[in-house]
Design a protein around this ligand. Sequence first.
Ligand SMILES: [Zn+2]
Ligand SMILES: [Zn+2]
Ligand SMILES: [Zn+2]
Ligand SMILES: [Zn+2]
Length: 1052
Amino acid sequence: MMDPNHFLMIMLSRFELYQIFSTPDYGKRFSSEITHKDVVQQNNTLIEEMLYLIIMLVGERFSPGVGQVNATDEIKREIIHQLSIKPMAHSELVKSLPEDENKETGMESVIEAVAHFKKPGLTGRGMYELKPECAKEFNLYFYHFSRAEQSKAEEAQRKMKRQNREDTALPPPVLPPFCPLFASLVNILQSDVMLCIMGTILQWAVEHNGYAWSESMLQRVLHLIGMALQEEKQHLENVTEEHVVTFTFTQKISKPGEAPKNSPSILAMLETLQNAPYLEVHKDMIRWILKTFNAVKKMRESSPTSPVTETEGTIMEESSRDKDKAERKRKAEIARLRREKIMAQMSEMQRHFIDENKELFQQTLELDASTSAVLDNSPVVSDMTLTALGPTQTQVPEQRQFVTCILCQEEQEVKVESRAMVLAAFVQRSTVLSKNRSKFIQDPEKYDPLFMHPDLSCGTHTSSCGHIMHAHCWQRYFDSVQAKEQRRQQRLRLHTSYDVENGEFLCPLCECLSNTVIPLLLPPRNIFNNRLNFSDQPNLTQWIRTISQQIKALQFLRKEESTPNNGSTKNSENMDELQLPEGFRPDFHPKNPYSESIKEMLTTFGTATYKVGLKVHPNEEDPRVPIMCWGSCAYTIQSIERILSDEDKPLFGPLPCRLDDCLRSLTRFAAAHWTVASLSVVQGHFCKLFASLVPNDSHEELPCILDIDMFHLLVGLVLAFPALQCQDFSGISLGTGDLHIFHLVTMAHIIQILLTSCTEENGMDQENPTCEEESAVLALYKTLHQYTGSALKEMPSGWHLWRSVRAGVTPFLKCSALFFHYLNGVPSPPDIQVPGTSHFEHLCNYLSLPNNLICLFQENSEIMNSLIESWCHNSEVKRYLEGERDAIRYPRESNKLINLPEDYSSLINQASNFSCPKSGGDKSRAPTLCLVCGSLLCSQSYCCQTELEGEDVGACTAHTYSCGSGVGIFLRVRECQVLFLAGKTKGCFYSPPYLDDYGETDQGLRRGNPLHLCKERFKKIQKLWHQHSVTEEIGHAQEANQTLVGIDWQHL
Ligand SMILES: [Zn+2]
Ligand SMILES: [Zn+2]
Ligand SMILES: [Zn+2]
Ligand SMILES: [Zn+2]
């Protein structure tokens, strides 16, 4: 082999650098000659390149035949260096590795040895992370690194070392020995020319003047020194008796230069440099070199081979180390104090920021954020027995509420007579709770929504991002959005993620899709409940009689009004005929207490709910408007209760602010809406709702109690009641009415449960001796049995009955607790705020119910027996009991998305056997699975297009209209892609719940790894569905990616 000195001389001349390293004062000379800047920089680059080449020549031994390695070592090294840049997903890593002639990377066989697999979270991908013990094999000058990769890797490795509180030196790794043929290459490192080059560059760094050196030059020299030290160390470790270690780098760098230059030794220069303030980044590396130098020296001394002459280096190094240690400590102390000060400043700033941007923070809270710890802004009430409704309702001190408009930043108090403040809101139809997907509103113009069927087949859901604006600020904002949109459409014919013509807009703060606003209100009952607290309130029986009389009087008057006027005399005669109940003044019309602006917003939101909920043209006069408002309130509460129960969350646990605000505003809005509706219309609704439980002659075609959702009925009755009660001056308080309505509906619900309770023996035996509830419910069941003419099946035990009543009624009680809580503002009892198995007793106390619910029947047996009898005599109930029809059972189970197979290939098989239902046996090109009902559809194809509202739509869009009232969640089987659709114009793709073994999705099935179901991701999709967030998700996706807006979603 060539003499290393000779080799390096050739190299220097090839790089045209010979001159530089043979001129002793090169550095000094150029410091004064600024004009040569370009030349110097060019030389610097050449020097850097040359050093790099030497590093490669001596260091790159990872090919079998060059170094003593095998193919596995080679691939391991590649992986280690790729993962040193950052953790990588499987596909990324595969792409970054060199392939062999068989297109194999060989990665699978070794990956376990060098990396940990980190499982994917809900959104991310599975990632490989470098094992910490492999970090020492990192080589900054790895020859497959690009410049950018090198600097990224350097940064990442330093950062990791800092996190581990290690020094940040990145010394060269210990290398495998060369094969014998190349073994002498290492001598380049200890050749005189190499030492001269190192010495010269270090000298330039010590002088630290001008442009004659660069940091990266120095870094390479330090790396080369490190390599030489590692080499020597290894030689010493593997030394055998008969061999003398010929690699003596440590000795050579300890020697000072010879006359005439008398330059200091490389070691001495390194010691000087380690304290140079301008070399802070390289300090740890220099320190590492000095430490390794000492270690090597010690090894050499203890080894039998030639002893090394003592140099003063060690002592210098030692003392400067101590000094440096003290200095570091002092600096650390200063840094700590400064950090503390900054932290204090920052937390102060943060507090300000939170104060100023409250809504922003509220909005970022997710439903499952356990940290949210929303403060119940109801005042603290000391009494622990809190009652949400009725004459004994816990009195909540009036509290003032101040809110800030996100548009003009002005603060305002929420008051009855002030300008309206509104929340951005999104109303949508929903079938999420539906128990009957085949049912949908046929003719919306004629549809009567007064009674919600217990199958909850189509509800109206309201959500809000919780951002508050002045009504007039919102109006101005909305008008400008509209104007802008019109101009834009004329010009560009572009779509947006929101449909302005349908009243949609994005919340100005969080860009959440909205289509209306809800006014913020104080508890409305307090406004109408001024004349209350009469000590002598009627019991349920008396109250029902009074209300029945009032209803009768009203109906009489209505009839009078509708019949042609035959002269005033007859009219007054009839008035005399009619005995008005005491204190009832049907001619009285209460004054609306709200400001014009609030009234306007009550109408706006009411009309929007009506328009969206029924899919009709807006008409604020339509008598169904108030019903839709009550219905949306009831449906939204029910859907929240379902989510909380499914997730085992406490009813009054920390709800995210935006949900809390939404439910509060929605409930209070629904309770105040009657003030802007026609009084007689609302009274009419009340009478009809009331008649479904307390029959009277004028209403005959009403649904039987099996076909009424009792919570919707409760909300409707309670919220319509003030329209009747406001004309009653007999002294019955609103609270009394609420309580009686609630008790009456609860009893009807219990009868509903008993009539439909499953009689299957589930093999569980009763544990305790018969308790009070059990004997009471058994007695009630016997009464029912009697009224139904023994059609009701014999029930085995009171224990089973009580169990099914309790389980069946709980969701209703929970919904009622939420409803009255938001309606009346009574704080929730602390017991229901924490998770626990059962809060049945606490719920009953809060709702002013006896713990033994059957007591309600006993206390009011006088009227209840006749009511139960009338309910049971209904022909539909009879048909049900005779098995001629079905009915909903309680508790209703939560709807879930369909069960997906664990192995994706079985879905592919299922889809490949699926043929287009319309073109007789042809295979469908884009088989698409509805995740809500499990239907397989032939999507994106002309064969299955149908007409919907006068437009051609694809099978998916058509399906969403019946299955999800416009919203759909699909899996495109061939693409392994989740598709969200909303209406005809909105859609987006969503990450599928199938992952390969490396935690990655394979959208488009390009990689073809086996895919398995990821339950967590599937649950996340289900949660989006339960939370009614699919449309919002599409909105955000479309805002983020405008190309999604242009896709013709309706053709899918
Ligand atoms: Zn404003
Ligand atoms: Zn918002
Ligand atoms: Zn479906
Ligand atoms: Zn087809």
